[in-house]
Design a protein around this ligand. Structure first.
Ligand SMILES: *[C@@H]1O[C@H](CO)[C@@H](O)[C@H](O)[C@H]1NC(C)=O
Ligand SMILES: *[C@@H]1O[C@H](CO)[C@@H](O)[C@H](O)[C@H]1NC(C)=O
Ligand SMILES: *[C@@H]1O[C@H](CO)[C@@H](O)[C@H](O)[C@H]1NC(C)=O
Ligand SMILES: *[C@@H]1O[C@H](CO)[C@@H](O)[C@H](O)[C@H]1NC(C)=O
Ligand SMILES: *[C@@H]1O[C@H](CO)[C@@H](O)[C@H](O)[C@H]1NC(C)=O
Ligand SMILES: *[C@@H]1O[C@H](CO)[C@@H](O)[C@H](O)[C@H]1NC(C)=O
Ligand SMILES: *[C@@H]1O[C@H](CO)[C@@H](O)[C@H](O)[C@H]1NC(C)=O
Ligand SMILES: CC(=O)N[C@H]1CO[C@H](CO)[C@@H](O)[C@@H]1O
Ligand SMILES: [Zn+2]
Length: 773
């Protein structure tokens, strides 16, 4: 973006400015207003109360919060698209924006009915952004205000029985006024003419370009739709016509005075639209899954609650059968918040990159290596084709076993795949030829309700009490409440309630002559809901922090954001090596001012990102005064290749799309990077070049052309952009987007209410008389 002289002045005067901010960034300071995320979350809490409030003892669970966050984040990310005015109801794009809302609600319902709840939530989030922007960007609130009508939502917004038609291109809607400059707030409060519905034009949206100087603008320092063509003096004197109510800060929002009224209406509209256009249209069970009331399936019971999605159980059995070992069924279960199994076959590097990136997050990968033939003949170590390494980077294990131990393998996977477990210790290390002992100390706190210790590549391990004596529960307790499962070189030891060791710091001692992995996990109310390195995205005045889709850059202090559920004190984050040694305490990452209702938010800069792989830990003291420890099982690898891909929200079947990926070599030597792009729907058509040579510090780019084929399944999908260095480490970036059905024209025959912008005054009059329209 070209920064005008004016906008250079403005941000300096107010420091960091954020507007109708998509993220809950208040904690960062200097933000005034009610963000898209807050609006979405407040609406969800009210909806839960409406739907489930009658159930005694019902409170939002972590699952509800995760579902809500998926919706809220998809909403916020829409601001990364600055070019399509109909996403924001800009430039009188009423008809297109209304069509978009109708289409997205239909998509969301179709995705939920097909069991793709993640795609459904993303579609809802994207629609909510547009719905909420209507109130901040149109003149509806101004018209109500002038008529002296009470605040109410615009009838039919996002409903398929209603269409909204804009005024003609030449119809004048705004008068000139002085815009805010530095500390002067301007005088644009009353610049909208009449009662007709209009919305502000925003520069850089080619389909909705301002054609008449008497149309309203969005306003604010980054919108050039008013100032283009004016000389410098005119720019200073009146940059008028802005009407946005995005924030309560006048520099950004000429109609800041109406901000909270617009935002409250946006919340009311969100509640109305989600309830009527999504929730009420779904079977109860699907509606419950979608908004997080239930977990997607009952893993203990193994009975499918949702008949259309595969269970992990089915998947496990299938994936162990050789003829079913291909990438496709693997990818199908990855959308669930469960652990993932893959068979250690020789899959193409790009396929592995896709699985590696997809697993990420809070799931673990168990790579399954099956020996065939007579068990006694299998003495050579098998080739795991690199899957063992991928398993350990996610906190999982490589399971090597003989074909006839398949039943044991399934039992082992059952023991370790506990969806509600939090990680307490996650270690990967190399043993020694002499089978030396390694020791780790870890706390068990009173919130731990079940415990699993699992290892792979270990010949034996032993547990010691805080006082140093070996831990040995009574025979009765041991037989009834502990369970040992072994397959090949992997062991899992499970403890349930009475057999869980009492709170304290325990020591585990293990022997291994090979590389090994160790995981200690348990069920607990203290859990890390999210932890990520963050970057800024979004349109200039709507910026927010989102997870970086690639590896953090070695040596940089990256912004960190995290949410942790539960009650605790003396908490701190730490980076540790994958062998468990402390690298650095993350003293800058601290509790943020406004915690989410059911979780505490943390923000801050990390210490320098280590060059070697590391693991993130969170420690502190619980309500009962016990020390506790949690780990993010995903091991983090840093990179010295910066890889910047534009964030993708959605793609449409049959529509070509081009994305430009930028690379910067931060190593001090030149290197050639082999580049690739791979997605789970085979939509990548071609890359403009196979490799890029970069001098130290130099940047380059490549284009990726996509064409999602007509036979692809719609729904949530993923793409990995990667660059593999010949001499140095590469990097890769994962993005998830919704693949939408072909854009079909809307059926106008269902429309009952044709609402013309030039008749908005009459519409309000009828509403004031108590009529529906
Ligand atoms: C498993 O869940 C189903 C559906 O919720 C229920 O009907 C069934 O009784 C459960 N079975 C067991 C063994 O708990
Ligand atoms: C596997 O097969 C071997 C011999 O073929 C047998 O000794 C062993 O008990 C079998 N293991 C299982 C778990 O069936
Ligand atoms: C052990 O791990 C190291 C890297 O962590 C790897 O280079 C080595 O090949 C591994 N050894 C075996 C036997 O897998
Ligand atoms: C945290 O403490 C509050 C107040 O004591 C209590 O109501 C709440 O249930 C606790 N939360 C958890 C997750 O333990
Ligand atoms: C994080 O670091 C950047 C510079 O790298 C600095 O501008 C910013 O203020 C820091 N943020 C916090 C919360 O410390
Ligand atoms: C989809 O169609 C393309 C050609 O248009 C074909 O190459 C591909 O195999 C088809 N995929 C499926 C899953 O049918
Ligand atoms: C508003 O515009 C529509 C379409 O241009 C037109 O049919 C209608 O007569 C207009 N209404 C008024 C009150 O001018
Ligand atoms: C494709 C590729 O090379 N990906 C690399 C991205 O960077 C991380 C960290 O260096 C590596 O672990 C990946 O292999
Ligand atoms: Zn917007």
């Amino acid at each position: 973006m070209v920064i005008s002289r004016l906008s250079l002045v403005v941000p300096l005067a107010v420091g960091h400015v954020y507007g109708f901010i998509p993220d809950d960034l208040k904690a960062m300071g200097g933000i005034h207003g009610y963000s898209h995320m807050e609006q979405t979350k407040d609406a969800m809490f009210q909806l839960w109360d409406k739907w489930y409030g009658g159930t005694p003892g019902w409170v939002p669970s972590n699952k509800n919060i995760l579902a809500m966050n998926e919706i809220a984040e998809a909403n916020a990310l829409v601001d990364d698209d600055q070019e399509n005015g109909e996403l924001h109801f800009d430039g009188e794009s009423f008809q297109y924006a209304q069509e978009r809302l109708i289409k997205l609600s239909n998509n969301a319902v179709a995705f939920a009915n097909a069991g793709d709840y993640v795609a459904a939530r993303k579609s809802i989030g994207m629609a909510l952004h547009t719905l909420q922007d209507f109130y901040a960007h149109s003149s509806w609130v101004e018209a109500l205000d002038k008529k002296g009508a009470k605040d109410q939502i615009y009838p039919g917004l996002g409903y398929p029985n209603t269409m909204i038609y804009p005024l003609g291109e030449k119809v004048k809607t705004c008068t000139d006024c002085r815009a805010a400059v530095a500390i002067f707030c301007g005088d644009c409060d009353d610049n909208v003419r009449g009662f007709d519905l209009t919305s502000g034009y925003y520069s850089g949206e080619p389909s909705f370009r301002k054609r008449s100087s008497a149309k309203c603008s969005h306003g604010g320092p980054f919108d050039r739709s008013t100032v283009d063509g004016l000389n410098f003096l005119e720019q200073i004197l009146y940059v008028g016509q802005g009407i946005n109510k995005d924030s309560s800060t006048c520099i950004l929002s000429p109609h800041r005075i109406l901000h909270y009224r617009a935002a409250r209406l946006a919340v009311a509209a969100t509640i109305d639209w989600i309830d009527a256009r999504i929730y009420q249209r779904l079977p109860q069970l699907r509606a419950d899954y979608l908004f997080g009331k239930e977990y997607i399936f009952d893993s203990k019971n193994e009975t499918l609650l949702d008949p259309s999605s595969p269970t992990v159980w089915d998947f496990r059995k299938n994936s162990i059968q050789p003829h079913k070992r291909d990438l496709v069924p693997r990818a199908t279960t990855l959308g669930h918040k469960m652990h993932t199994m893959v068979t250690a076959d020789n899959v193409h590097e790009h396929g592995k990159a896709l699985v590696r990136a997809l697993v990420g997050g809070s799931r673990k990968l168990y790579s399954i290596q099956i020996a065939q033939g007579e068990p006694n003949e299998v003495s050579q170590p098998l080739d795991d084709y690199g899957w063992g390494e991928i398993a350990l980077t996610t906190g999982g294990h490589l399971l090597s076993f003989h074909e006839n131990e398949t039943a044991d393998a399934v039992e082992f996977l059952d023991a370790v795949s506990q969806p509600n477990h939090v990680e307490i210790l996650s270690v990967a290390a190399a043993g020694s030829d002499t089978n030396r002992e390694s020791e780790f100390v870890f706390p068990i706190d009173s919130s731990i309700k079940s415990l699993v210790i699992s290892t792979s590549g270990v010949s034996s391990f032993e547990l010691f009490n805080p006082n140093g004596s070996p831990y040995s529960p009574s025979i009765a307790l041991k037989s009834a409440h502990t369970k040992r499962t072994k397959v090949g070189n992997s062991i899992a030891l499970s403890f349930d309630s009475p057999a869980i060791p009492p709170p304290g710091f325990y020591r585990i001692s293990l022997k291994s002559s090979t590389n090994y992995t160790l995981s200690i996990s348990g069920e607990s109310s203290i859990s890390i809901i999210s932890f990520y390195f963050a970057q800024v995205a979004g349109r200039p005045q709507h910026q927010a922090y989102f997870p970086i889709p690639s590896s953090p850059i070695a040596g940089e202090n990256s912004m960190v954001k995290s949410h942790v559920h539960g009650n605790f004190t003396n908490e701190k984050f730490e980076f540790r090596t994958k062998e468990g040694a402390l690298i650095a305490s993350q003293d800058m990452v601290q509790r943020a001012i406004d915690p989410e209702v059911s979780a505490t938010m943390f923000y801050g800069n990390s210490s320098a990102i280590p060059e070697d792989d590391f693991v993130v830990y969170f420690t502190g003291t619980n309500d009962d005064g016990n020390g506790f420890q949690r780990a993010v099982p995903l091991m983090i690898s840093s990179s010295k290749l910066r890889l910047a891909a534009p964030m993708i929200q959605r793609m449409t079947i049959g529509e070509p799309r081009k994305l430009t990926i930028k690379l910067t070599n931060l190593n001090n030597i030149p290197d050639t990077y082999e580049v690739f792009a791979v997605d789970s729907k085979d939509s990548v058509v071609e890359l403009t070049q196979p490799s890029i040579y970069l001098e130290p510090g130099a940047s380059g780019s490549f284009d990726v052309h996509f064409l999602p084929s007509l036979n692809s399944t719609i729904g949530m999908t993923e793409v990995v952009f990667g660059a593999k260095g010949r001499a140095t480490k590469g990097n890769m970036s994962l993005q998830r987007f919704v693949l939408e059905p072909e854009a079909k024209p809307l059926s106008y025959s269902r429309i009952k209410y044709h609402q013309f912008a030039n008749e908005t005054g009459q519409l309000i009059d009828r509403l004031m008389m108590g009529k529906k329209r």
